[in-house]
Write a protein that binds this ligand. Structure first.
Ligand code: BDR
Ligand code: CA
Length: 304
């Protein structure tokens, strides 16, 4: 059975790789892409999403979303993702036009029109999703689950406590975690473990033009270590297709919205609060070898 998903994204190098897998894997039916300010401004993340859609000659609709977080000042991650957000490859310039509706309207319309359960896959900050729940609470009962990149039980990548997507808009993240919808937290605890190795990255351009495109943007990622490069957002798609390769634990996640720990996702691992209730499946371990193998297999299966 195909998994019907909507992606809310801020491409972004790893977002582009996640979109590549979601667009091309036959077991995923990507109905809509919405964009948000994050790695770079929303005008750029929207253009980048359109570039990926155009690269694969798809007609998946793209709708532009929030220009800034709900309350916090916007800070981009261009130091990691480059000024354009997706550097290193010459994409076609004849891009499709985004929808003439906002991300929130497009998400609402798609969710309410769907006869099947829908999975939301946010790979940027959760501003659009929080606005959607505030403006159209009726959508909540039509969403099967949210598989979200963001957060960490361990240390952050923006501050000692906070991961970038949650740090960007902690107020939105708090709304999403209190929404009552089942959430899978795909956080740094696994994404920093399943690095795409340099061996895998060097394999990519030998496969196809898609492999070359991914290689050329991935090697521009500013967060490059000797062991490889984190493909954070791609882990959401890997989870959807191979949940057996990712270990999760049920717990309650609270999001810190001010102070020095702003953006921290606090997992109630001792069950000290919330009367034993949980609001998330939190990913805690991953088969990194299987992730690398799968990543290359996905690219090999793409025709262009
Ligand atoms: C997250 O932050 C962004 O820079 C990446 O695209 C990913 O979504 C990782 O912390
Ligand atoms: Ca992202």
């Amino acid at each position: 059975m195909t998994i019907k998903i909507l992606m809310d994204t801020d491409p972004g190098i790893d977002d582009a790789a996640a979109l590549t897998m979601a667009i091309n894997d036959p077991n995923i039916d990507l109905k809509l892409i919405t964009t948000v300010a994050g790695n770079v401004t929303v005008d750029k993340t929207t253009i980048n999403a359109l570039k990926i859609v155009r690269f694969f000659n798809q007609d998946i609709p793209v709708a532009a979303g929030a220009e800034q977080p709900l309350f916090k000042d916007f800070e981009d991650a261009a130091r990691i993702h480059g000024a354009s957000g997706m550097p290193g490859y010459e994409f076609p310039t004849d891009l499709p036009t985004p929808l003439h509706k906002t991300a929130v309207e497009a998400l609402h319309d798609e969710i309410m029109a769907s006869a099947d359960p829908i999975t939301l896959v946010p790979t940027g900050s959760y501003t659009n999703i929080a606005l959607l729940f505030s403006e159209y609470p009726e959508v909540k009962s039509h969403i099967d689950r949210i598989v979200a990149m963001g957060g960490a039980l361990g240390k952050g990548n923006m501050t000692s406590a906070a991961e970038f997507n949650v740090f960007t808009d902690p107020d939105a993240a708090a709304i999403v975690y209190k929404s009552g919808i089942p959430i899978v937290m795909v956080g740094l605890d696994i994404t920093m473990k399943a690095l795409l190795t340099h061996e895998s990255i060097e394999e990519l351009p030998k496969i196809s033009e898609t492999g070359k495109m991914l290689h050329d943007i991935i090697i521009n990622d500013g967060d490059n270590s000797d062991s490889g490069i984190a493909m954070h957002d791609v882990n959401t798609i890997f989870y959807l297709l191979h949940p057996e390769a990712i270990k999760t634990e049920d717990m309650w996640i609270d999001v810190v919205t001010d102070g020095p720990a702003i953006g921290e996702t606090v997992g109630d691992i001792r069950g000290a609060y919330h009367d034993g209730k949980t609001n998330a499946k939190v990913s805690v371990d991953i088969d990194a070898v299987a992730f690398n193998k799968w990543f290359l297999e996905e690219v090999r299966a793409i025709k262009n």
